[in-house]
Design a protein around this ligand. Sequence first.
Ligand code: NDP
Length: 447
Amino acid sequence: MFDFDLFVIGAGSGGVRASRMAAATGAKVAVAEEKYLGGTCVNVGCVPKKLFYYGAHFHEDFADAKGFGWTVDHSDFDWPILRDNKNTEIARLNGIYKNMLDGAGVEIINGRATIVDKHTVTVDGKQYSAERILIAAGGRPYIPPFKGSDLVITSDEVFYMDKLPSRALVVGGGYIAVEFAGILKGFGVDTELSYRGNQLLKRFDQALGSKLADELVKKGIKLSLETNIQSIEKQGDQLLVTFVTGDQQSYDEVLYATGRKAYTADLGLENTDVKRRENGTIIVDDYFQSDEPSVFALGDIIGTPELTPVALAQGMAFVDIYYKNNKRKVDYDNIATAVFCQPNIGTVGLSEADARKAYSEIKVFQSEFGHLKHSLSKNTERTFMKILVDAATDKVVGVHMLGADAGEIIQGIAIAIKAGATKADFDSTIGIHPTAAEEFVTMREPI
Ligand code: NDP
């Protein structure tokens, strides 16, 4: 009856996973992609960002090396080399994604897909029918409206800049803003971070944002809190920024990291009964089904946490439900996450503020120290750790860290939290010495 059993719109993390896994069950699957295979994560997100983070950190590593007897007389950073090496690696990953889809028997259709009715999609004027349509078109960076907003760049462009700015302004206080402030500074850019609120990473445990702010300032990033941009004007090759306070400053580049919006433009949702929230995200039930029974959606476009592993988990669940006869929900509790700011943040479970709302009494354990490595490097960076415990059950309900490799460390802790670990379980675990992570099993006294 239909050309395909499943037509997926968007070959990002969620779309590729759902396409491949559905095809592996014998379903006839197509995936339409207008830009690049792998979506935001592979092309303009997680992967190139982490490569840039590594690149930026050498700056500090060279300085740290001196205390260990190394002489690093001269170091130069060549932006085009890093950018182009990164581009080569991303092209390799795009190729792997293509091979994976081809290997699974998924038909890749290049172009922007528009839904014309509940079982029909067009791409470049060609029509395809499908029993089910899955929208996994992700999100796009959001720039608020202001005079001169067309002069700024976003995380989509920062990965491809022709040349490195000498002076840059980063706007926002979330993941991308704090990550890129550190990356640009590490590359040697005179960097300023401007945020409208007074607490970076507002949705995280409050201590993380304030400790991070201290570290950013120590690393030489100019931090401007409780301010915003009123307008930007081009003056020669400079951007003259006027802040709401009336202050003016010139920069070579202004990077906006003010959130992302669901990418629903031209999807043709108006031709279906699909409903959206005010912020544009598509409303689906626990099984990814929209109000139009043959149209489904998952990933960043449905308003669940905008994280690649969440989209992957949703893609797997979607296939289990509709192609493997295993109706199940994705468990969104205790999703661990890392921010690749410098130093890194890793976190799982509730913030202290949320834990205080959820439980009548909580115990807070925390520790702050200089990493062993820095006893010789004389780097003043501090490591911070925090454990939140429900006093009634002894269950650990939140674990937070700011420090080197926090993401790597918290991933392991997240398994313990998912398994329902108590503080007594943490205490009875023998540490690995000497590591920073062992501090998580040696914090004895609540503060
Ligand atoms: P975030 O939602 O993390 O942060 C957006 C920031 O922009 C907030 O500080 C917000 O301020 C500010 N903001 C929003 N609107 C305005 C405005 N009109 N004027 C000034 N400031 C504004 O978004 P990001 O863009 O940093 O990242 C998008 C998402 O991508 C993240 O939420 C995350 O899910 C994902 N991501 C994950 C990464 C990881 O896993 N390491 C890395 C990068 C992104 P306020 O707090 O006041 O609302």
